[in-house]
Ligand binder design. Structure first.
Ligand SMILES: Cc1cc2nc3c(=O)[nH]c(=O)nc-3n(C[C@H](O)[C@H](O)[C@H](O)COP(=O)(O)OP(=O)(O)OC[C@H]3O[C@@H](n4cnc5c(N)ncnc54)[C@H](O)[C@@H]3O)c2cc1C
Length: 805
C-alpha cells in the first residue's frame, strides 16, 4: 500500500510490479503529480556526492530513456547531456573528484577546458571559468508525462492506482502496520509506504515515526524565446552562481539554489494544496538573477515569461529518506528529495521495491537510510532553521568535513563548555556537538575548507602526536550505550553477536552484529558487567539503527530487557603510553598490565567518583575508556586534566581520532563496514566465533563464504607521496585496472602519508593475499593517478604491541 502519487510513489509501484508484486494499491489524495512533481524543472543529472547515489541516478536515466518504448506513453525524456562549469579551482577539483568517482563504474564524464566548454554552450561568458565537466548521457524529462508513463507501466502489471482518496490514518497493532484508513473506508495491508512528499513528516507523525523534512520555496524563471538556443543544448550548471539553465522550446528556464532559502509551510502543508504555486518574490531572486546574467549575458535582454515559485521538501542533511521506519514494523518511507526527486525517483523506487520484497536493501544505502535520523529531528523549529541552509547545499561546495551552520548546539555533552574553553572546534553528528579539533590560543576555532591541507590539520597533527607519544583525552560521551539485562541476556546476545560474548564478567568483546547474509549490521563492543548484565557501546551515528536492530532480535519470550542508556553515561577516552601512569595517580585500584590487561573492564575509584574503566582503544595505544554517570564527568575530567599536565596531556578531537585509527586500520561502520560487507571480507575474521554453542545470526552465510573463498577484501593503502589528501571514494587501480575505491581516507601523521582503506576485487575471482601483494597500485584523485602501497596489515604497529603494553 503506497500513500502518495508523486513521481516517487508511482515509481515504487512500477518497480514493485516489475518485481512481480502486483497486489499493490496506491492512494493519491487528489491527482497524480499534484504535489511537487508537476512543476519540477525536469533535470535528470547523474553525478551525485556519493558513489551509490550516483549509481541510482545513472539507473534513473537509463530507465527514463526506455520508458516510452516500454509503455507507449511519451515522457519528454531527452539525453542532451549536461555541462557543469567551475569558476574556482576548488570547484574544478570537486568536479574532477566526482568525475573520477563516477568513471570508476562506467559513467561517461569528460573534463573540458574553458574553450571546449564554450563550444558546448556558446552563450556562456568564460570570464572566470577555469574548467568544466560534461556528461553526455545526462538528460531532461517532463515530470508529469514521466510519472504517467510509470503509472501506465504499473497499471498494466496489475497495480491499482486510486486518485481522490486521501489517507487519514495508519493502523498499527502490536507495533506492526495492519493497513490504512482513508476517506472512503479502510484498507488492510502488511506494508505501508509513505511517499507523501512534503506531507510525509506529518503522515509519519500519525504513528510517532520520524521523517524529518520541511518544505522550502524553490524558484525558477522561464524567458521569452531567445536567440542562440537550440533544442540539443545540454543543461548548464553553474554551481558557483547557484544557477542552472535549461533550454525549453526556444526559451531558457533558469533556476536557483540560493545559500539562504525560504522555508515554507511552518504550520503544516494545507490539505487543499493541489497544482498550486507560491507567490513570486522578486527581491529574493534579484541577486540570483544577476549572477545568472553574469554567466549567460544574453539573459539581460531577454523578457521573462514566467516567474515560478513552488515548494519542495528538504531534510536536515540534504539526503533523502528511504527504507523501513524503525518505530513501526511494516512502515516504509521514500520522501524528502531535496529538489532532485525526479532524477532520484527511478533508482529510489527500484531499490525500495527490492528492499520491501527481499527484506533487505539491495546495496549499501546508509547515505539515505531513514534509520540514520534521530527522533528530535522532527522538531519543527530545528527543521525550519536548518532548511534555510539545506536548499543551497546542493550547489554549495561539498568540502571535506563541511559542517552545518544552522540549527547548531542541539545536543551538548556535559563537558561542552570546558572543551570550548580549551579551543574546541565542534563538528556535529545528529545534533551532537563533538570536539573535532582544538585551536591553540589566538587561533579562531573555525574551519577554512579546501581539498588540500585544511587550516586545522597541523593542530590535529599535534593532538595525534600527543596521543602517540604521551597521553590525550577524548570526550567520547556521544557514544550510544545500551544496557541488556536479564537471566537470558548472555544467551540472547550470543546469538546476535558474531563473537563469543558469554565471557567472564569484567571482559570487553569487540564484535559485529550480522544479518542472515553475513553482512555487518553493526560494529561495536559488548562488556559483560555481571552474569546477567551487559553494556553495549556503539557509535553516535548509529544509535537509533543499532538499538532498533537489538530490539527486533530479542525473542518475545526471552527474559531480557534492553534499555538505551546513552544519555545517562559520559565517556572519557584517556589514550597514550602515559595513560596508565596518569590514571594510576588518581586511583588506588591496580591498573598494571598484570592486574588490568587489555580487554578488561571494571569499576574503579577515579578522583571522587566510581567509574567503569575499560581497557580498550580505537587509536592503537595503551588506553582506557572511562564510563560514569553524566553528573560525575566534569569533576573527573578536571582532575585528569590537572594531573595530566605532568604527563604532557593533550586535548584531542575526532579528526585526530580518525587519523590514529586509520593508521592502525581500525574499521569504521558506515564507511569501511556496512550491511553488504562480511567480517571475512573486512578482515575481521578474528572476531568471529564459528564454534560457539548455539551459533549466531549469519554464521551459515559466513561458513559458505569461507568455503568458497573471498572475492573481495578490505586493504590498507598508503600514498607514495605527501599530497593530495585522501577523503574516500577515490578509485583504486591495480596494474592499470580499477579494482575498487577507498571507503576511508585521512592523513596519517605518524606514518607521514595520506592513508586509506578500501575493498578490492579481482573481477569475480578469488582475492588471495598473494594477489594483493603482487599488484602495482595507484589511487586516482581528481583524474590523476598516484602510486600507492597496499597492505592487509595496518601500517602502524601491526602486532599491537603498544595496545597490550
Ligand atoms: C521549482 C522546482 C524545481 C524542481 N526541479 C527538479 C529537477 O529539475 N530535477 C529533479 O530531479 N527534481 C526537481 N525538483 C524536485 C522534485 O519535483 C521533487 O523532489 C519530486 O517531485 C518529489 O516527488 P514526491 O513523489 O516525493 O512528492 P510529490 O510529488 O509531492 O508527491 C507526494 C504526493 O503525496 C500525496 N499525498 C500527500 N498526503 C497524502 C495523503 N494523506 N493521502 C494520499 N496522498 C497524499 C500528494 O497529493 C502528492 O501528490 C524540483 C522541485 C521544485 C519545487
Amino acid at each position: 500500500m503506497i500513500i502518495g502519487g508523486g513521481i516517487v510513489g508511482v515509481s515504487l509501484a512500477y518497480h514493485l510490479a516489475r518485481r512481480g508484486t502486483t497486489d499493490v494499491v496506491l492512494l493519491e489524495r487528489k491527482q497524480l503529480t499534484c504535489g511537487t512533481t508537476w512543476h519540477a524543472a525536469g533535470l535528470v543529472g547523474q553525478l551525485r556526492a556519493t558513489l551509490n547515489l550516483t549509481r541510482l541516478a545513472k539507473y534513473t536515466t537509463e530507465l527514463y530513456a526506455g520508458l516510452e518504448a516500454e509503455t507507449g506513453q511519451a515522457t519528454g525524456f531527452r539525453q542532451t547531456g549536461s555541462l557543469a562549469v567551475a569558476a574556482s579551482p576548488g570547484r574544478l577539483e570537486e568536479l574532477k573528484r566526482g568525475a573520477s568517482m563516477a568513471r570508476s563504474f562506467g559513467l561517461e564524464v569528460n573534463i573540458l577546458t574553458p574553450d571546449e566548454a564554450l563550444k558546448v554552450w556558446p552563450l556562456i561568458s568564460l570570464e572566470d571559468v577555469v574548467g568544466a565537466v560534461y556528461l553526455p548521457k545526462d538528460g531532461r524529462t517532463n515530470p508529469i508525462d514521466t510519472t504517467q508513463a510509470l503509472a501506465r507501466g504499473a497499471r498494466s502489471r496489475g497495480v491499482r492506482i486510486i486518485e481522490n482518496c486521501r489517507v487519514t490514518g495508519i493502523n498499527v497493532e502490536g507495533g506492526r502496520v495492519t493497513g490504512v484508513r482513508h476517506e472512503q473506508g479502510e484498507l488492510r495491508a502488511p506494508v505501508v509506504v509513505n511517499c507523501g512528499g512534503m506531507w510525509a513528516r506529518d503522515i509519519a507523525g500519525w504513528v510517532d515515526a520520524t521523517v524529518p523534512l520541511h518544505a522550502a520555496e524553490h524558484f525558477y524563471i522561464v524567458t521569452e524565446p531567445m536567440a542562440g538556443l537550440s533544442g540539443n543544448m545540454p543543461v548548464l550548471r553553474d554551481a558557483d552562481a547557484c544557477s542552472y539553465f535549461k533550454e525549453d522550446t526556444g526559451k531558457l528556464l533558469v533556476g536557483w539554489f540560493e545559500p539562504r532559502a525560504k522555508p515554507w509551510g511552518m504550520r503544516g502543508i494545507p490539505e487543499s494544496f493541489t497544482f498550486e504555486t507560491l507567490p513570486e518574490d522578486l527581491a529574493h531572486i534579484e541577486p540570483l538573477f544577476a549572477a545568472a546574467i553574469r554567466r549567460v549575458p544574453a539573459l539581460e535582454k531577454a523578457g521573462v515569461q514566467v516567474f515560478f515559485n513552488g515548494p519542495e521538501s528538504f531534510t536536515p542533511d540534504d539526503r533523502y529518506l528511504l527504507g523501513p521506519n524503525p518505530e513501526v514494523a511494516g512502515l516504509y518511507v521514500a520522501a524528502g528529495f531535496n529538489s532532485i526527486g525526479i532524477q532520484s525517483a527511478g533508482g529510489a523506487g527500484k531499490v525500495l521495491a527490492d528492499w520491501i520484497v527481499d527484506g533487505h536493501a539491495p546495496m549499501d544505502l546508509w547515505d539515505v537510510d531513514v534509520r540514520r535520523v534521530a527522533p528530535f529531528q522532527r522538531n519543527r523549529r530545528y527543521l525550519h532553521d536548518r532548511t534555510v541552509e539545506t536548499l543551497g547545499l546542493l550547489y554549495a561546495m561539498h568540502w571535506p568535513y563541511r559542517q552545518a551552520e544552522t540549527a547548531r548546539g542541539v545536543r551538548r555533552s556535559a563537558l561542552h563548555d570546558r572543551l570550548k574553553a580549551h579551543g574546541a572546534c565542534f563538528g556535529e553528528v545528529l545534533g551532537y556537538e563533538r570536539p573535532y579539533w582544538f585551536a591553540p590560543p589566538g587561533v579562531p576555532p573555525e574551519y577554512r575548507y579546501s581539498y588540500g591541507r585544511q587550516n586545522w590539520l597541523e593542530y590535529s597533527a599535534a593532538e595525534h602526536r600527543g596521543v602517540r607519544e604521551r597521553v590525550g583525552i577524548f570526550d567520547q560521551s556521544s557514544f550510544a550505550k545500551f544496557l541488556v539485562e536479564g537471566p537470558d541476556a548472555a544467551a540472547v546476545l550470543n546469538r546476535i553477536c558474531a563473537a563469543q560474548v558469554d565471557v567472564p564478567p569484567g571482559r570487553i568483546v569487540y564484535t559485529q552484529w550480522l544479518n542472515e547474509r553475513g553482512g555487518i549490521e553493526a560494529d561495536l563492543t559488548v562488556t559483560r558487567e555481571s552474569p546477567e548484565r551487559y553494556l553495549v557501546v556503539t557509535a553516535c551515528a548509529t544509535q537509533g539503527r543499532d538499538f532498533a536492530w537489538l530490539r527486533r532480535q530479542l525473542p518475545p519470550q526471552a527474559r531480557v530487557t534492553a534499555v538505551d542508556m546513552s544519555s545517562a553515561y559520559a565517556v572519557l577516552g584517556v589514550m597514550g603510553p602515559a595513560s596508565r601512569a596518569l590514571l594510576q595517580s588518581l586511583t588506588d585500584d591496580d591498573l598494571s598490565n598484570a592486574a588490568f590487561p587489555f580487554g578488561a573492564s571494571r569499576l574503579i575509584d577515579m578522583a571522587y567518583a566510581r567509574v567503569r574503566a575499560s581497557r580498550i582503544t580505537y587509536v592503537g595505544e595503551l588506553g582506557f575508556e572511562l564510563y560514569m554517570p553524566t553528573e560525575f564527568v566534569q569533576a573527573v575530567y578536571d582532575e585528569i586534566v590537572r594531573a595530566g599536565e605532568a604527563y604532557g596531556i593533550v586535548q584531542a578531537g575526532y579528526h585526530a581520532l580518525n587519523s590514529l585509527r586509520i593508521e592502525k586500520a581500525y574499521r569504521h561502520w558506515g564507511h569501511d563496514l556496512g550491511e553488504e560487507d562480511t567480517p571475512l571480507e573486512a578482515g575481521l575474521g578474528f572476531a568471529v566465533s564459528f564454534g560457539k554453542p548455539g551459533g549466531f545470526i549469519g554464521r551459515e552465510a559466513l561458513l559458505r563464504q569461507r568455503e568458497a573463498g573471498l572475492r573481495r577484501r578490505l586493504v590498507n593503502f598508503r600514498l607514495e607521496a605527501d599530497e593530495p589528501q585522501l577523503y574516500h571514494n577515490e578509485p583504486i587501480w591495480r596494474d592499470g585496472r580499477i579494482v575498487g575505491r577507498l571507503t576511508s581516507g585521512m592523513y596519517g601523521h605518524t606514518i607521514g602519508r595520506p592513508l586509506g582503506m578500501g575493498y578490492v576485487d579481482n573481477g569475480g575471482e578469488i582475492v588471495t593475499p598473494e594477489w594483493i601483494a603482487d599488484g602495482r597500485y595507484e589511487l586516482e584523485v581528481a583524474a590523476t593517478r598516484i602510486p600507492a602501497a597496499a597492505s592487509l596489515q595496518p601500517f602502524y604497529d601491526p602486532r599491537s604491541a603498544r595496545v597490550r603494553a
